[in-house]
Write a protein that binds this ligand. Structure first.
Ligand code: HEM
Length: 456
């Protein structure tokens, strides 16, 4: 028998379930609604219906690529103004997805990581110089510095372009434009589903056009500089795309799509990793035993030296700290899945072809399969034996299937390298009065989180 999908009791005509919504934290609102309504529920926001699913059994089915595929939820669709048919925002049927995926997948293999290792170390070194140049009693704004670091890393490894992040007091204008465009797209998604909202958004839309034009100009300049350079280009993402165009590769993509890919990688390649690093540092600072163990591992494995490539993956415990941080706060917290044919989810919830749901990852990561204290931070949940004891498809910080994160290895190598570097060189200490507050932009990020870092 078909079951009804529960929804919050307080429902207003027109506005839908906006009562009780803190517009700044829609994702965390959904997680708390889920705590009451269970592993599947729906919300109605300004006439838009959202179904959230997070039960382990449901997500296992939604991960079945023969029945379901990626769906661009409204928040992601809104990013097409920036990312176009780039990898992240492409519809499954768009030919540029397959071409760019084939073209760029080799740049994200485990072997490719080797070639980024030196640059990642250099950027981590700049973070260290930056921290060493301050008065060691003044706390550092962790999310701000992690964002500088991750943007710098993707800029240099992907496009051999530096934003000079650590030399600037102010954000690079490209970053300002990018952040502005991201929050504009998120803020106006629902507003623009009504006629009045579209009028209200007009001024902001005009400002957004200016930002997007500026971003396009910067990216085109990077591409032009590379094209006209007489030196052979470095082997980076941009070179893979330009070479395919030069050599008439069947997977070649045109100039506009190259621009979309560059912007996509700059955005997708830094916010999420920055958040992951920030949450990991938060949990390290709050769990002295974990911190001591992680630090001991780094000292033992790296022997006080700069790590060779192989020594990153050897930090097994630091990796578990990262995995566990991404369990509690998966920084890209939801993804959409649509039914390929009429079907019934877990034998109870009928779906028509094209019907879609959002997988609410933080709730999935607190499903009963994770034990009876899912809020507890415990890296040992990721010991191999414990992973094996859980069903598949209960841990999805990087999404699922064909459209899962292409940058997963990249993010993990970078994050473990940076955590190791920080642990190797500093003691870290959080303000004991700080209570974790999570800001929602496109991604999740600790807000107002500072650490006092002192040279060991
Ligand atoms: C896709 C998470 C780092 C590039 C995704 C998806 C998730 C995700 C959940 C799937 C979204 C969906 O199904 O709609 C994360 C997290 C990261 C991270 C949590 C860090 C901790 C990176 C990095 C890069 C990157 C470092 C690039 C260097 C991409 C791209 C896609 C993607 C291009 C789209 C793939 C496709 O559809 O073909 N990511 N990501 N991500 N990610 Fe990541």
């Amino acid at each position: 028998t078909d079951a009804r999908i529960p929804h919050p009791a307080w429902r207003l005509p027109v506005l839908g379930d906006v009562l009780g919504i803190n517009i700044r934290t829609p994702l965390q609102n959904s997680v708390s609604i889920g705590r009451e309504l269970g592993p599947i529920f729906e919300r109605n926001v300004l006439g838009n219906r959202f179904v959230f699913a997070s039960g382990a059994d449901m997500v296992a089915e939604l991960s079945d690529e023969s029945r379901f595929a990626k769906h661009l939820a409204p928040g992601v669709k809104a990013l097409r103004g920036i990312g176009g048919d780039g990898l992240f925002t492409a519809y499954n049927h768009e030919p540029n997805w397959g071409k760019a995926h084939n073209l760029l997948a080799p740049a994200f293999s485990q072997t490719a990581m080797r070639s980024y290792h030196r640059t990642m170390l250099d950027v981590a070194g700049e973070l260290v110089d930056h921290w060493d140049s301050r008065d060691s009693d003044s706390p550092v704004d962790i999310s701000a510095d992690m964002t500088k670091l991750t943007l710098e890393t993707i800029g240099r490894t992907g496009f051999s372009y530096s934003f000079d992040s650590f030399e600037r007091e102010e954000q690079h204008p490209f970053v300002k434009a990018m952040v502005g465009a991201l929050s504009h797209s998120q803020r106006t998604t629902f507003l623009k589903s009504t006629a009045l909202g579209r009028v209200l958004a007009r001024r902001a839309d005009q400002r957004d056009e200016v930002r997007k034009a500026y971003m396009a100009e910067v990216v085109d300049e990077v591409i032009r500089a590379r094209r006209t350079s007489t030196e052979p280009g470095p082997e980076d993402l941009l070179e893979l795309m330009l070479r395919a165009a030069r050599e008439n590769d069947p997977n070649r993509i045109d100039e506009l799509n190259i621009r979309h890919q560059v912007v996509t990688f700059l955005v997708a390649g830094h916010e999420t990793t920055s958040g992951a690093l920030s949450f990991a540092l938060y949990y390290l600072s709050r769990n002295p035993d974990v911190l001591a163990k992680a630090q001991a591992e780094v000292d033992k494995v790296w022997e006080g030296e700069e790590p060779a490539f192989e020594k990153i993956a050897k930090l097994r415990y630091v990796r578990r700290v990262l995995d566990e941080s991404l369990r509690l706060w998966p920084t890209a917290p939801a993804y959409g899945r649509a039914a390929l044919e009429d079907t019934t989810l877990v034998g109870k919830y009928p779906m028509k072809k094209g019907d879609w749901m959002l997988v609410l990852i933080p709730s999935l990561h607190r499903d009963p399969v994770w034990g009876n204290d899912p809020e507890a931070f415990d890296p040992d949940r990721f010991l191999p034996a414990n992973i094996k004891a859980r069903p598949a498809h209960v841990y999805k910080p990087f999404g699922t299937g064909e459209r899962a994160c292409i940058g997963r290895q990249f993010a993990i190598h970078e994050a473990v390298l940076v955590l190791g570097t920080i642990l190797q060189k500093y003691t870290i200490e959080a303000d004991p009065d700080y209570e974790l507050k999570v800001a929602e932009r496109l991604t999740l990020m600790p807000e107002g989180f500072n650490l006092t870092v002192r040279r060991r």
